[in-house]
Write a protein that binds this ligand. Structure first.
Ligand SMILES: NC(=O)C1=CN([C@@H]2O[C@H](COP(=O)(O)OP(=O)(O)OC[C@H]3O[C@@H](n4cnc5c(N)ncnc54)[C@H](OP(=O)(O)O)[C@@H]3O)[C@@H](O)[C@H]2O)C=CC1
Ligand SMILES: O=C(CO)COP(=O)(O)O
Length: 331
């Protein structure tokens, strides 16, 4: 298949490699000429994915929007979530009408509080049956090194989900399918907020009990919010839910975990942003999760406490103290 990936960041490039390894012809689109030239002329992305010395030969790049999506059967979007709308609008009308548009993004748009399925469909004028989300425990560096991993593809139209899953199946990468687009979107976005909190606790020196407490209560929070938004609760027990929570909350390869760890070690939000190697989506998404909780009438103690860390600079101890009220409640 002809597949285009919009955004040649760490995950966009690693997923482009998966697609090329699966036998597809892959065109990466990026704004920065340095990245385009690197992928097109030298088969590497030294800026965002230096761990891969030689990208596959059936992977190229362009900075031209129309050229990038011409003849594409699948268009993958891997842009920092807060910039997805502004980056995608110029592609409206350029993408072939039957193409499936796949989002790899894990975030909620700040101010509108919209999920990426909503943002992508609105900005491209896309029918939901042609939108798919891909989410799972997928740390880009490990996948770029071809370590065995699995993911989930969600699309309202299960045949389109299967088409995308087939396109990204290799001997080291396995894709499952579901129709629960909302569940997948909520899992991917909300686990980043949990990873910030776990990272912060680790950075502050706390151990396994504290990390397990945050992960478990975080899972309960994101499941409740996801269900209220229309997701299938089973999705949260799968790869995209618990699976991604385990990977992201347990690895220094995660930008969200690392951002949190730096806060826990005493860095300010600005210092942690400067130290970050790529986008930490949980940072702008946290306020959006709090707003979604208010909209759906679901308590979000973890996101609310993390929001106070990010907005008011409260300490890790205060963040953890805020997770539980004084009442004795049923778990
Ligand atoms: N890294 C990972 O392990 C995983 C990441 N994800 C998700 O995938 C998404 C992308 O992540 P990743 O590739 O790692 O992030 P990076 O930080 O490596 O890259 C971000 C990408 O967004 C692009 N971008 C930012 N602003 C704009 C803009 N205004 N117009 C066009 N492009 C823009 C960047 O372009 P430029 O380089 O030109 O700045 C870059 O390609 C995120 O939502 C993330 O949560 C999901 C699973 C795994
Ligand atoms: O989503 C991820 C792994 O599944 C990557 O997490 P980070 O965005 O925190 O690096």
């Amino acid at each position: 298949m002809n597949i285009t990936v919009l955004g040649a960041g760490a995950w966009g490039t690693a997923f482009g490699k998966v697609l090329a390894d699966a036998g597809n012809d892959v065109t990466m689109w990026a704004i920065e000429p340095e990245i385009v030239e690197g992928i097109r002329d030298r088969h590497c992305n030294e800026v965002r994915l230096p761990v891969v010395e030689q990208l596959p030969a059936n992977m190229t790049a362009t900075g031209d929007r129309a050229e990038a999506v011409r003849g594409a059967e699948i268009v993958v979007v891997a842009i920092a979530a807060q910039f997805a709308r502004v980056a995608l609008e110029p592609f409206n009308g350029l993408i072939p009408p039957n193409a499936i548009v796949v989002s790899l993004m894990k975030g909620i748009e700040r101010n509108t509080n919209k999920r990426m399925d909503e943002v992508v469909c609105e900005s491209l004028g896309l029918d939901a049956s042609h939108f798919a989300a891909v989410s799972g425990p997928n740390l880009s560096k490990e996948i770029a090194q071809e370590q065995p991993a699995a993911t989930v593809v969600a699309c309202e139209d299960i045949d389109n989900a299967k088409k995308v899953a087939r396109a990204c199946t290799t001997n080291y990468f396995k894709a499952f399918v579901t129709t629960d687009v909302i569940g997948l979107e909520m899992c991917g976005s909300l686990k980043n907020v949990v990873a910030l909190a776990v990272g912060m606790a680790r950075g502050a020196g706390y151990g396994e009990n504290t990390a397990a407490m945050i992960e478990t209560r975080g899972l309960a929070e994101l499941t409740a919010l996801g269900e209220a938004a229309g997701a299938n609760p089973k999705t949260f027990a799968g790869l995209a839910g618990v699976g991604d929570l385990i990977a992201t909350c347990g690895s220094p390869l995660s930008r969200n975990y690392t951002f949190g760890a730096n806060l826990g070690k005493g860095m300010s939000k600005d210092e942690a942003t400067k130290a970050s190697n790529g986008v930490a989506e949980g940072v702008p998404t946290t306020a959006a999760v709090v707003a979604l909780g208010e909209r759906y009438g679901v308590p979000t103690p973890l996101a609310s406490a993390m929001n106070r860390v990010l907005e008011e600079g409260i300490s890790c101890a205060d963040m953890l103290a805020q997770l539980f009220g004084s009442d004795i409640t049923v778990e």
